[in-house]
Design a protein around this ligand. Structure first.
Ligand code: MN
Length: 245
């Protein structure tokens, strides 16, 4: 295997496999590139299982996203309650749950909550205040890592339901203790660039864009984080709209 010269990280794919393939082509991916996905590569969009198969086939890594976790928990319900459980799911969820095979389930179960390479760290949502990443994360911290967006005035992470109370986005006060972080989960119009992080979910499944960032390795072995390449593909359409209209 060739030495890793670049790390390429992709935003939330949500089954938008055509856009993902086009983005890899645009980046002229080679065997010197280590490719990582920020999680949420499935659900909501058109080609969830095909995207997962494609990641496995091309040895592309991913961290765990809240949508991978959701599919695992829905699959548990399906195993327990059978067809009855399917009726309570969104149409795009039941399609995955009914058709996923054991090999794919194993792939989902083994996804890590973070991937660190030298001075780069990939997570799905963010790194909460007071948390430093280690291999022994409790379940509550794992959940926070996949779901983190904003803090309220008391600097507690907020959920979607109390979104009105949002005060600061987590990455604006992140101090770099776990290196330079690349994350997804919260869709921005353009990549959100802060001193020690970049957020690259730009809502491909909602008809917006799929982004990637590419980091070059320095002679020291670490990756350049002051300057990095940003590339994107326009989404073909708002895929979720197909289900709601
Ligand atoms: Mn997410």
């Amino acid at each position: 295997m060739k030495k890793i010269e670049n790390v390429v990280v992709y935003g939330d794919i949500h089954g938008c496999l055509d856009e993902f393939k086009a983005l890899r082509k645009k980046l002229q991916i080679s065997s010197c590139d280590k490719e990582i996905v920020v999680g949420d590569f499935l659900n909501k969009g058109p080609k969830s299982l095909e995207t997962m198969q494609y990641l496995i086939k091309n040895s592309i890594s991913s961290v765990m996203g809240n949508n991978e976790e959701k599919i695992l928990s829905l699959h548990d319900k399906y195993k327990k309650d059978g067809k009855k459980a399917l009726k309570k799911m969104k149409p795009w969820e039941s399609l995955i749950v009914e058709n996923i095979n054991d090999h794919e389930l194993e792939f989902l179960k083994q996804l890590p909550y973070f991937i660190k390479i030298e001075n780069l760290t990939v997570v799905h949502g963010g790194i909460p205040l007071g948390v430093s990443l280690s291999d022994e994360l409790d379940d509550k911290t794992k959940k926070q890592i996949t779901l983190l967006r904003y803090y309220n005035k008391k600097m507690c992470p907020i959920t979607w339901s109390d979104f009105e109370g949002r005060y600061r986005f987590w990455s604006e006060i992140y101090d770099g203790r776990d290196g330079f972080v690349i994350f997804g989960h919260h869709p921005f119009d353009e990549p959100k660039r802060d001193e020690y992080s970049v957020g690259i979910d730009t809502g491909c499944v909602y008809g917006e864009k799929l982004h990637a960032v590419k980091f070059k390795r320095k002679n020291s072995g670490k990756f350049k984080t002051k300057s990095y390449k940003i590339e994107y593909i326009e989404s073909k359409k708002n895929y979720l709209k197909e289900y709601t209209t």
